[in-house]
Design a protein around this ligand. Sequence first.
Ligand code: HEM
Length: 402
Amino acid sequence: MERYNRVAIALHWLIAGFIIALVPVGLLMEDLPKAIQPLVYQMHKTFGLMVLFLSLARIGWRLMNPPPPLPATMKPIEKLAAKGLHLIFYVLIIAIPLSGWMMVSASPKNLPTMFLALFQWPHIWFLAQMAVEQKKTIFDGLLETHELLAFGTIGLMVLHIAAGLKHQYMNKDNGMARMIPRLGGTTAPTHQPRGAGLVFGGTVALFVAIALIGVFSGSSAPAQTPAMESEREHSGNWAIDPAKSTLTFTFTHVGNTIEGRFTRWDADIQFDPDDLLDASITARIDLASAHTGDATYDAALPEADWFDLASRREAIFESQSITETGTGEYLMQGKLRLHGLSLPVSMPFSLKIDGDAAHAEGTATLDRLAYMIGANADPGAEYVSRKVTVTLSLSAIRRADT
Ligand code: HEM
């Protein structure tokens, strides 16, 4: 009986082992304690990416090293089914990790993927640059696809193992020994391995090239691990009423006060005045939606030195604490990720809750140069003020199910 060569066997079991481990981890990680969640998410993504490259190598190897023939006792229809199943497996071992990578790239949260905690793996650029609304739809579809493909693979694995066992122990054709040499006593590979340099060199080169893009392009997500790892939406207990809410920014230019407005932004709000420890606000602002009403400013804002929309379209604020400072007065502290930097921001705000409706007014002051915004065009703030005031006027309705 002929068998696969050692490299094919090693790749087969490595990929199978990773997939079997990654599925339960993927399913459970959202409910893990916050202390270990970031690590587990990052490991899931790292080992998932390893599966992607191991699978590319596996396919390259398969093309260079044709497999041993199927047992001669198999009927033509059985051979066709086995070959079809193998082909589906090759598609799946690429499609599952690719859908995971696409999902994290399209995530409205824009969380980083740290490869083995060593360097930041890049997002797929065209997905990362989409508008927030578009990202939400695509992200939901990709999460479902990722899950469905993973479950499909586990289902097919059961079928694959059952077929192998049937051949080995019922038909006694020693079919499983093609992949588990010890089962079949003296088995030999079809031929000596060939193409190792091309296959592994090519795979490593592709991996390094993509990793370098991440390292040198200053990927759109920060190189730090955020506290909230899950990519899913946690929409909280309040829904924003967009028609009655505004987010504006004010700065001065050669003494004139300019007011701009973001027309696309959203926030997940969990807020109960009696449980401030559990309160959290995550806001996502589509920077491409900034308008000042003046064509000159609107044309300059997307440029590399200002919002740099070609690299990143989103600013994300994540609250870290909300404390009461007086009756209906609060102080929210958190981090704003903008222009590739994540810096602390404080916003005092007033709040009125009337039954199921709430209205909040808050103001925060940002230092644009701390975010390196306009740092080349106007580093001394001679024309454009250093301070930018962000004003939030937010109306929200309590969610029915909370
Ligand atoms: C063969 C490799 C992989 C397998 C078998 C796998 C499997 C899974 C499964 C079963 C889930 C749970 C889905 C759900 O609860 O709906 C999951 C979630 C997830 N996977 Fe993967 N995955 C793989 C590769 C990847 C890769 C390469 C990435 C990203 C680079 C990734 C990122 C994620 C993320 C972020 C989640 C959680 C989404 C969330 O709930 O926040 N996965 N994975």
